[in-house]
Design a protein. Structure first.
Ligand SMILES: [Zn+2]
Length: 202
């Protein structure tokens, strides 16, 4: 479990998330206002700052952020995405301090190709998600999509690999988490790299 990020207020969190979103948008991973990012501001009660819904993720400001509770409901700020509920579920389930959700082409394509999960092995970059680089199969789970965040959260909880900080949602995109926004970003970059390799390498 990560410690509370007591020093980070909502606006500071908004600035951090805006910078992260601009980077992901520049990669083409948050097209057409898709995706959302969050950071945990307190554990008890669980409170997360989540990027505001419907905004261009390359143009967010520190104010484009919503404070949500453990069910993803707004406590302060504007309208959160329905997906905020899944961010809260991931943070509660995994102890993550930050969650990234992006709609990448590689995650959707690989979710379609490997609906039972993606097995990765013998790749140096697996170290970037805390996995052995040799001789061990590493499962990146794939779950079916749903518009019901409770159902989607149940699927994520049932399928998740505790050793892998990511889940692919078929026909949708990718959820990745880490101890803080920087680690969540690094995990996202590594997982996306792995998905692109699987997609192009076969
Ligand atoms: Zn989404």
């Amino acid at each position: 479990m990560t410690a509370d990020i007591g020093a980070l207020d909502l606006e500071e969190a908004g600035a951090v998330l805006a910078a992260e979103a601009a980077r992901f948008a520049s990669f083409g991973w948050m097209r057409g206002t898709s995706g959302n990012l969050s950071v945990v501001l307190s554990r008890d009660p669980l409170r997360l700052a989540v990027t505001a819904s419907g905004r261009d993720k390359g143009e967010l400001t520190a104010a484009d952020v919503v404070l949500v509770d453990g069910r993803g409901a707004a406590v302060r700020g504007g309208r959160p995405s329905a997906e905020a509920a899944l961010h809260a579920r991931v943070a509660a389930l995994t102890g993550a301090g930050a969650v990234v959700h992006v709609h990448t082409v590689a995650s959707v394509a690989m979710g379609r190709r490997a609906p039972g999960g993606i097995v990765l092995r013998d790749l140096e970059i697996l170290k970037g998600v805390g996995q052995p680089a040799h001789d061990v199969d590493v499962l990146l789970p794939v779950i079916a999509n749903s518009q019901d965040m409770t159902e989607l959260g149940d699927r994520l909880e049932a399928a998740r690999n505790p050793r892998m900080p990511a889940v692919v949602v078929a026909g949708h995109g990718l959820y990745v988490w880490g101890a803080d926004p920087r680690q969540a970003r690094h995990h996202t970059e590594v997982v996306e790299w792995l998905l692109e390799l699987e997609l192009t390498g076969r």
